[in-house]
Write a protein that binds this ligand. Structure first.
Ligand code: NDP
Length: 250
C-alpha cells in the first residue's frame, strides 16, 4: 500500500517549484491532490494526473481568507476529507527597509504569513471534525532563522510562520493533528531563478553559503514534506526541519 493511499492532500502554490514537486510526489504515493494556486497551469495538473491518482486545480489567492475558506471546503466536497495540508505559496521582497514601500511589505506579509494563518484556520477546523485528524506542513525557509539583505518582509513572515506553527501544534497536540514547518535552503525554482540567481556571480555566492556548496532541488524538499506529513513522523509536531544543505551550520 502506498504511503498516502486514501488520503487527500491540499497544496497551496502547487503549480510551480517546490509545491509542484510536492503535488507530484504526493500523487505518486497515492494521495488525491488539490492544487490551490493563482491561476490554472494545465501542464502541472497533467503531470500530477500522470501519476495515476485523482487531482484537481482550484483558483485560490491565499492572501484572501474567503478564497482559502472556499478552497478548503471545495476540497472536502470533491474528495471527502482533508488529511494533509501544505501551506507553501510564497513570494519574496527585494528592497532595504528604509526604501521598502508599505504596499510591498503588506503584500509579502499577507501572502506568506496571513496566508498560512488563513490556511490553518480552515484546514485545522476541518481536521478537528475528522476522527483521523491530519497533518499540516508549513513552508518556512532558512530565512525563518537568519537574515539576508533586502528581504525584511520575507524574513519576518518566515520567522512568524515558525511561531504560528508551534502555536498550532500546541493547540492540536491531543487532536491527532500534527503541525510542522520545513526550512529549505536556496532551491532551484522559478522564485529563485527569476530573481536572485539570474547572475552567475550571485548564484555562486548562494551556493557558497551551503555546506554542500550547491543549490537544492524541489524534489529534495518535497521528500521532507512527505516525511512530515506521513505516519513516519507520528511523534513530530511543532518542529522546524531544516532541509538546507548545511546553510544554517556555518
Ligand atoms: P515558485 O514561485 O516556484 O512557486 C510559488 C507558487 O505560489 C507559484 O505557483 C505562485 O504563482 C504561487 N503563488 C504566489 N502567490 C500566491 C498567492 N497569493 N496565492 C496562491 N498561490 C500563490 O516558488 P518556490 O517553489 O521557490 O517557493 C515555494 C515556497 O518555498 C515559498 O513559500 C518560498 O518562500 C519557499 N522557499 C523557497 C526557497 C527557494 O530557494 N526557492 C527557499 C526557501 C523557502 P505565480 O507563479 O502565478 O505567482
Amino acid at each position: 500500500m502506498k504511503r498516502f493511499e486514501n488520503k487527500v492532500a491540499f497544496i497551496t502554490g502547487g503549480n510551480s517549484g517546490i509545491g509542484k514537486a510536492v503535488a507530484i510526489l504526493m500523487a505518486r504515493e497515492g494521495a488525491k491532490v488539490m492544487i490551490a494556486d493563482l491561476k490554472e497551469n494545465k501542464e502541472t495538473l497533467e503531470e500530477v494526473l500522470k501519476e495515476g491518482t485523482e487531482a484537481r486545480f482550484i483558483a485560490c489567492d491565499v492572501s484572501k481568507h474567503e478564497e482559502v475558506e472556499k478552497a478548503v471546503a471545495e476540497t472536502v466536497a470533491a474528495f471527502g476529507s482533508l488529511d494533509v495540508a501544505v501551506n507553501n505559496a510564497g513570494i519574496v521582497d527585494a528592497s532595504p527597509i528604509h526604501e521598502k514601500s508599505v504596499e510591498e511589505w503588506q503584500k509579502v506579509i499577507n501572502i506568506n504569513l496571513s496566508g498560512v494563518f488563513y490556511g490553518m484556520k480552515y484546514q485545522i477546523a476541518q481536521m478537528r471534525k475528522q476522527e483521523t485528524g491530519g497533518a499540516v506542513v508549513n513552508m518556512g525557509s532558512i530565512m525563518s532563522q537568519v537574515a539576508e539583505f533586502g528581504i525584511g518582509g520575507y524574513a519576518s513572515s518566515k520567522h512568524g510562520l515558525v511561531g504560528l506553527t508551534k502555536v498550532a501544534a500546541l493547540e492540536n497536540g491531543t487532536n491527532n493533528i500534527r503541525v510542522n514547518a520545513i526550512g529549505p535552503g536556496y532551491i532551484e525554482t522559478p522564485l529563485l531563478m527569476d530573481n536572485a540567481a539570474q547572475s552567475a556571480e550571485y548564484r555562486s555566492y548562494m551556493e557558497s553559503k551551503h555546506a554542500m556548496k550547491r543549490l537544492g532541488k524541489p524534489e529534495e524538499i518535497a521528500k521532507a514534506v512527505l516525511f512530515l506529513a506521513s505516519e513516519d513522523a507520528s511523534f513530530c509536531t511543532g518542529a522546524y526541519l531544516p532541509v538546507d544543505g548545511g546553510y544554517l551550520i556555518q
